[in-house]
Design a binder for this molecule. Structure first.
Ligand code: HEC
Ligand code: HEC
Length: 396
């Protein structure tokens, strides 16, 4: 009779002792990496394989790096899948109208500012329009990928027919030869709706991944077989299975979990957000369509984006275009995970496409163009209301 009691007491002591010695783990809602709930065993294995390729696989000259590159692994720019730092920014240049990039012969569209020994890194040709982009958080991307083209078009109002000053257009892009149009694809004159990247110029997570290997690390695949330095088609340096594992990993990364949702100021901030027109672009609720991944199929989710392009005025005009996105147009960034972005940015916010501002308020104050009216409405809030709005945004 005594033995079970002793074992019980010993276990309690052990638990208490462990609590003291092991550092407390952050709550799941404080982390961005990790899979969506309910993956099958096989799906979990593929998620983990993609996780290793994304975070742990550091390329070297002997494994295909470069010769020109920006960084050596996906994870080096997307640490913990959170927003990146200014030091991981990418530079794109040489395109200012719809006729395409005029500077491909000078290394465009992306600047590879690092090179293996014996090669010269690229330099920005003088006087050329360019944009700097800080890495976005890689969260909930599988949900965004499954929003139907019809739903995206339903949110668009390219000619501002309702006269509210907010239009919103899809980025009409041409597909790379390896892209398979989605089952619900809408196309116009051979162009399709882009949805990833800060100018929504990327079709899906496969294109984003194959292109990142190629342009960010100089790694070729059967999808993107051309060496960025020589321009020649070369043998693949990353195999299709690995690329697909990374795509699966990105697709099944969980959506950020909101925090402090019971706080009254969060609820008030949320209604202010709707009232002053922020939600016209940062749409709170979208739905996914069918998917072979059960955890992603037919879900309602809260990303705070419409995946559309908006003209943000001269304040945010870099003079650089992509697809049909003009120089001042940017895709509404999802605001989910906003409150956690400091964690991966060195305890400091770096917001907007180029990380130029260090606070949420400063980001709002640079909303020109289609954002002008909601910016003015923000400015007319009183101090308490402004704080409530920010508290809500930080809870996302
Ligand atoms: C040099 C830093 C860097 C490296 C290396 C890098 N990325 Fe990125 N990534 C970025 C930046 C900057 C953007 C934004 C680019 C844009 O918007 O056009 C981005 C965008 C993305 C997006 C789009 C997310 C969205 O919300 O639309 C995905 C997905 C992504 N990267 C995945 C990857 C994968 C997979 C790899 C490795 C194969 C990788 N990245 C390597 C910096 C990097
Ligand atoms: C007309 C559409 C539109 C409206 C209305 C709008 N936004 Fe934005 N918002 C954007 C776009 C587009 C960007 C990206 C601009 C860039 O990166 O240069 C952005 C960026 C942001 C960012 C920075 C996000 C990041 O990750 O860097 C925050 C925060 C933000 N908006 C909050 C708000 C708030 C709060 C309101 C209401 C006062 C609002 N927005 C109204 C379109 C809009």
């Amino acid at each position: 009779m005594i033995r079970p009691i002793l074992i019980f007491l010993f276990s309690i002591w052990l638990l208490a002792a462990c609590e003291k010695t092991s550092p407390s783990l952050p709550d799941d809602s404080e982390l961005l990496d990790g899979p969506v709930e309910g993956l099958s065993e096989a799906e979990t294995r593929q998620f983990l394989a993609g996780d290793v390729a994304f975070n742990d696989h550091v390329f070297m000259a002997s494994t295909g790096l470069g010769p020109l590159f920006v960084s050596t692994s996906c994870g080096s720019c997307h640490a913990g899948d959170g927003k990146g730092h200014l030091s991981n920014a990418l530079t794109r240049f040489g395109q200012w109208d719809e006729t395409g990039n005029q500077f491909l012969h000078l290394g465009g569209p992306q600047l590879q500012h690092r090179a293996l020994p014996g090669y010269s890194p690229e330099q920005l040709p003088p006087g050329i329009p360019f944009t700097k982009l800080v890495p976005p958080a890689n969260t909930g991307l599988g949900f965004l990928e499954l929003v139907s083209d019809a739903d995206i078009l339903a949110m668009a109002d390219p000619d501002d027919a309702d006269g509210d000053g907010v239009s919103g257009k899809p980025n009409w892009i041409s597909l790379p030869d390896y892209a398979i149009p989605r089952p619900d694809a809408v196309s116009q004159n051979g162009f399709y709706i882009g949805r990833f990247g800060k100018k929504a110029a990327v079709y899906d997570l496969l294109q984003q991944t194959a292109r990142a290997y190629n342009q960010d690390m100089g790694i070729t695949s059967t999808y993107e077989p051309f060496d960025t330095y020589s321009g020649f088609e070369i043998d693949m340096e990353v195999n299709n299975q690995t690329v697909q594992n990374v795509v699966f990993y990105l697709r099944t990364l969980k959506a950020p979990i909101p925090r402090d949702t019971d706080e009254p100021s969060v609820a008030i901030g949320k209604s202010l957000f709707e009232e002053i027109g922020c939600a016209k672009c940062h749409r709170s609720t979208l739905v996914t369509g069918p998917s072979t991944i059960g955890s992603l199929a037919n879900r309602v989710f809260q990303p705070y984006t419409d995946l559309l392009l908006h003209d943000m005025g001269p304040e945010l005009d870099d003079g650089y275009t992509e697809g049909s996105a003009t120089t001042a147009e940017w895709r509404t960034p999802p605001l989910w995970g906003l409150g956690l972005s400091k964690n991966s940015q060195g305890g400091q916010y770096y917001l907007l496409h180029d990380g130029r501002v260090q606070s949420i308020e400063a980001a709002i104050l640079l909303h020109g163009g289609e954002g002008t009216q909601s910016r003015a409405a923000y400015q007319s809030l009183n101090t308490v209301q402004k704080a409530q709005l920010i508290t809500f945004l930080e809870s996302l």
